[in-house]
Design a protein around this ligand. Sequence first.
Ligand code: ZN
Length: 590
Amino acid sequence: MADERNERTKYNWSYSGDDAHVDRSKYTRGFDPDYMKRAAERAEEQEENGERRRGQTARNRQRQHPSARRARLSAEQEVRTGRRAQIREEETVLERRPSRQTAESAGTRRAESEERTSAKTRRAKSGERTSTRTRRADSGVRNSAGVRRNGTGKRNSARTRRPDQTADFVERQTKTSGRKKSAASRRQLLRRRDTLIGIAAAAAVFLLLLLTNTYTLTITLSGDDPLYLELGDTWQDPGATAVYKGSLLHFGDTEVPVVSEQEINNRACGTYEVTYHAQHKDQEVTATRMVIIPDRTAPVITLDETVNVVRKGDEWKDSFTAIDDQDGDITANVEILGEVNMRRDGKYQLTYRVQDSAGNEAEASRTVIVSSVAINRPETARQGDKNVIYLTFDDGPGMYTERLLEILDNHNVKATFFVTDTNPGSRDLIGEEYRRGHTIGVHTATHNYDIIYENATAFWADLDQEMEVIKEQTGSETPFMRFPGGSSNDRIAMDDELRRELGAGVRSRGLKYFDWTIDSYDSDDEYTSDDVYWAMVDQTSVADPKMVLCHDLKRTTVDAIDNYLTWAIENHYVFLPITEETPVVHHEEL
Ligand code: ZN
């Protein structure tokens, strides 16, 4: 490189030889006193010229250097390309504008057209500038590019071309003019291009959707989950639906049949499962529903009543069961509140509570009587046995009834009460007798012979009145009755018609009447309690069946009864209340 530079320096030197020649001619005219000054100025001038030449040389060098030339061409090409794009964009805008504003006035359109023309002119000028530069660059290709640009810009710019254009250029010019003439069809082409781009974009979006779209099989239960079904109700499956569905596109969506499996027993409480299954293509899906048949029935506690009354000093042995419809025997789960003291006479309250597995609770309670007196064991006897005594109390309830009930409880004796309404204030005791396990029979309301035995109609009217009281107290009518004075009393015995009608009434009403075989004679005011006791004891050993007539309105009977019960129980008699199985005792067959 250093040699090359030296060579150029030499060349420059020889080149500036012309000036030296001119100066030499000046020498021939003689000595010039300002020579030194001029020489200095000339030297300065020469230096300036030298610099200018060097600059030109550098430019020439640059132009001549192929790599630099390529770089410059490419830079220029880029500028042109950018400009072309800008022009196209402006044109597109201008072309679209009128179609968008068809509703606007013609004036506006005219103004716009002018604006468009001036824009085109501007563009043409800029094109011209570019072409000037291009010409300087001395490139045919670049020239033609300039022409094309002028063609797209302004028609007039073609005239700026030199007239000595080549045939090739003319041909291109002709083509360009043709395009210009069909501006409308060109716009149409542009529109078509835009449409094609739009279609291509839509296709690309669709393809993207198609590629990212995934199908999933889903199953949905209809109805509740968990579903509650009442015990015994018919099971009806609300079913399920399965859908094969695309995440983005839905043209392949389809409903898939569902198969269900279940083993529901509507007779047994519990939790069941219903399984739903669906399959489509390579997908499978399963869902389960819980079906709950709730247990709403509480367990039942049954108390063994034979331990309701126990003898003092015996061992306490409770007896009961707890049965649940679902859990079975849950006696072991029963919780007992309260205690029985077998060493002391008294009444002991016991409460039994139990819960089944579903949480349904049951409760029962009883009073256990611990007694030092003889305890009747009715469970050891049957109706009609020879040792069975039927203790009956007429005309109550009254003032001694409550005390009588206590005594009977202490001996665990159930008796029968033929009740009246002679003490309406004591009606509640009828209910109390019933609740303690005694049998209630009807004995008329007034117990007034003059009223009830006047005729059969009067009798039944009176009896019905008492039957209402019984129904009110016990919840139901009784099938048992006793005629005041018995079926053989004088009034009935002396009146055949009355006897027949009463007999017909008893049968038509489905009643059973009971007389007695043992009379305590307590209705006789002259009898003491001791007399009453012995009257009962004496007859009990001989009567059969043993149906004892007493009156709970009599203090003597109530006083005598405790001793009588002790005697009878200790002598292996058993007391039972009247039931449907009790042998009837009739003084007279009506
Ligand atoms: Zn009576």
